[in-house]
Design a protein around this ligand. Structure first.
Ligand SMILES: [Zn+2]
Length: 86
């Protein structure tokens, strides 16, 4: 996913999907209304932080499953994870 904006005079377009997110050259939203891509620097930073947090949570969950089920088999771990999350 590309981040940020493509600016052309007063039109600001989402760099990810090309949706016009502003037609007066001013930023009023942090995220693209069409694809949800972060548009401002602070929104991008938040997005990256949340993404990292999700990854760490998932990794911890998989580690717990491995410990609970006494297995190092990735396939087994994924199977248990799927059962728990369906
Ligand atoms: Zn977009």
């Amino acid at each position: 996913m590309k981040y940020g904006i493509n600016q052309n005079e007063n039109l600001i377009k989402c760099a990810n999907c090309n949706e016009v997110v502003s037609n007066n050259g001013e930023f009023t939203v942090n995220f693209c209304s069409k694809c949800g891509a972060p548009l401002s620097v602070s929104a991008i930073a938040d997005f990256e932080e949340r993404k990292d947090a999700v990854k760490i949570n998932l990794l911890n969950e998989l580690k717990e499953i491995a410990a609970d089920n006494k297995t190092d088999s990735f396939l087994d771990i994924v199977k248990v994870y799927r059962e728990e999350n369906e």
